[in-house]
Design a protein around this ligand. Structure first.
Ligand SMILES: Cc1cc2nc3c(=O)[nH]c(=O)nc-3n(C[C@H](O)[C@H](O)[C@H](O)COP(=O)(O)OP(=O)(O)OC[C@H]3O[C@@H](n4cnc5c(N)ncnc54)[C@H](O)[C@@H]3O)c2cc1C
Length: 537
């Protein structure tokens, strides 16, 4: 079943609120009264500019992509011109499609991908690789003023080989999370990559954005699991060597990982697998403050034992988590929660899980961590893909809800956390809420993932979002955080790339682009700033 065009999941699926009345009363207590947010009934009625491709280009593409693998239908072009970020969803719900793609094609073979890219290069048409379509950084929208092909990878979704001796899988890039994981599990393996968008995002999209799964503290971000890949670019292709490690110059796997479709199309990749865990044990802990919890996590990560999940919510997020399950009423509803919830989980062979808990309990206890047992851990595990459905409900109630993320080293962690939180709170205004958690950890630092909410400013929904996003991103760059830890750059973060990378970094990426895509047809307007665009003081 395809995803609903106006939100997350399939038509009819929604967020399971145990006490809807209590929850909305809690939301009103925090945000005040909010209006509704009108949504058009169908995309069929939307005014989508006609395809700008000439008939001969459409015919040539039809020959290249194969019969039945192309559409210029306006509603389809509207849906495939967006990802699933807040601004994408808001515009689609209002029927605003300012930059529709001109054609969507579904190639089934690598040869067809190459033929489409060659044709596009010859005719100067832009190409946007489209995996699962879950980008939240404006990674999929065409740029104005240029005809565009959206190259959907959904039919390139086969597992090509599993090597049980090396413990690797080679799969085509359009395969989605569940199909890949189910086939691996049947052979006793896991990729260990579970982003919240797991059900709808693709292997190629994960690699192209350097995605992080909910268990990345154990399994690593996707680039850590990348063994080798194949990139088809206009006029050529690149296959990286199938070796476990090499000293043969800079690592081209890592140059392509995170390239967001601007260099070419990743058609397949070989990934490192882990054995399917025998044993899993997730529990909850409570700390008196986020600060104390962070210190406990940092100390724990000094040992070499890695939990699968280490997710510490700050005080406002802890309050919201509790309210979603059992909304407080009366005076308690307006009391701020003064505690930080940690979900800690180990998985693997039973002995390792046991060692993990021994070490964790000793360290967490030293920093005031109070065990809540398995209840909160198991509840988190059951509901870990649910939050995106809540955004749809909040939007229906006229509430802006979005997330953004960064990462830094432990020594700077709390300073960055506060600086970005405060910048967002100021931009949101009095009726806004900001909350955050740590969810991807390393021995030297961790990510910070913010959620922000406010009543929508009617008529200025995109301007309101941009104000908060800009304030947060500026604070991240000024305080030395990662411009993105796992969502990528897309068009949303692109204006900060020069400040983040510096002149040398901008030139290096521009040279890479020139090498693979000299005609500049691949996903224009994403990730890269040209040296000419970049302004340095
Ligand atoms: C509700 C929700 C939850 C999310 N949770 C997470 C999370 O937990 N962790 C996380 O990391 N991200 C998360 N994301 C962001 C998003 O899911 C990731 O960026 C994901 O990796 C995108 O994969 P995709 O297949 O949907 O790619 P798309 O959205 O289709 O594409 C993303 C970018 O990659 C390029 N691209 C896609 N496929 C290819 C290919 N084969 N070759 C070259 N370029 C390609 C596209 O052109 C685009 O620039 C979330 C998004 C949503 C909406």
């Amino acid at each position: 079943m395809p995803m609903k065009w106006w939100g997350w999941g399939e038509e009819g699926e929604t967020f399971p609120l145990p006490d809807p009345e209590g929850f909305w009363a809690y939301v009103r207590q925090r945000l005040g009264e909010t209006g509704g947010s009108p949504r058009i009934d169908s995309l069929e009625t939307v005014d989508v500019r006609p395809s700008r491709l000439e008939g001969r280009d459409v015919e040539a593409l039809r020959r290249a992509a194969g019969e039945g693998a192309l559409t210029t239908d306006p509603a389809a072009r509207a849906v495939y011109s967006f990802g699933k970020g807040y601004c994408d969803v808001v515009r689609l719900r209002r029927g605003e499609v300012p930059n529709p793609t001109d054609v969507v094609v579904w190639p089934e073979t690598e040869e067809q991908v190459a033929a489409i890219l060659d044709l596009a290069a010859e005719r100067g048409i832009a190409v946007i690789p489209f995996g699962g379509g879950t980008s939240v950084v404006g990674g999929l929208e065409p740029v104005p003023g240029r005809p565009c092909i959206t190259l959907h990878l959904g039919r390139l979704s086969r597992i090509l080989a599993v090597d049980p001796i090396a413990g690797t899988v080679t799969a085509e890039s359009g395969i989605l999370g569940p199909a890949l994981e189910q086939q691996l599990n049947a052979r006793g393996f896991t990729l260990g990559h579970f982003p919240q968008s797991f059900q709808y995002s693709s292997l190629g999209g994960w690699i192209a954005t350097r995605s992080a799964g909910q268990k990345s503290t154990l399994y690593g971000k996707i680039e850590k699991r990348l063994h080798s890949l194949r990139l088809v670019y206009p006029g050529g292709d690149l296959s990286t060597p199938e070796v476990p490690a090499a000293a043969a110059g800079p690592d081209l796997n890592q140059a392509v990982a995170g390239s967001e479709g601007v260099l070419g199309v990743i058609t397949h990749a070989t990934m490192r697998l882990a054995p399917l865990p025998e044993h899993r044990d997730f529990r909850g802990y409570l700390f008196q403050s986020f600060h104390e919890g962070i210190e406990a996590c940092r100390q724990f990560l000094r040992c070499e034992l890695r939990p699968a999940v280490l997710r510490l919510s700050d005080e406002p997020e802890t309050g919201t988590t509790i309210a979603m399950r059992a909304p407080p009423s009366g005076e308690a509803a307006s009391e701020p929660v003064r505690a930080a919830l940690l979900i800690l989980g180990f998985e693997g062979i039973e002995r390792e899980v046991g060692w993990g808990w021994e070490e964790a309990e000793a360290v967490l206890g030293r920093y005031g961590g109070q065990s809540l047992g398995r209840g909160p851990g198991e509840a988190w595990d059951r509901s870990r893909y649910d939050a995106p459905y809540l955004r749809d409900l909040l939007l229906d109630h006229g509430i802006m809800a979005d997330t953004l993320e960064t990462a830094t080293t432990w020594g700077h962690y709390l300073d960055l956390y506060r600086a970005v939180r405060d910048a967002m709170a100021a931009a949101l205004g009095e009726r806004g809420q900001v909350m955050a958690h740590l969810s991807h950890s390393y021995s030297d630092g961790g990510s910070i993932y913010y959620t922000f909410l406010a009543p929508q400013e009617r008529g200025n929904e995109l301007g309101q979002w941009q104000r908060v996003k800009s304030a947060a991103t500026q604070a991240i760059v000024e305080h030395g955080g990662a411009l993105s830890h796992h969502h990528g750059i897309g068009s949303d973060h692109r204006p900060w790339m020069a400040a983040y990378l510096g002149a040398g970094g901008v030139r290096a990426l521009a040279a890479l682009k020139q090498a693979f895509d000299p005609h500049g047809i691949m996903n224009p307007g994403k990730l890269l700033v040209t040296p000419e665009e970049a302004k340095f003081d």
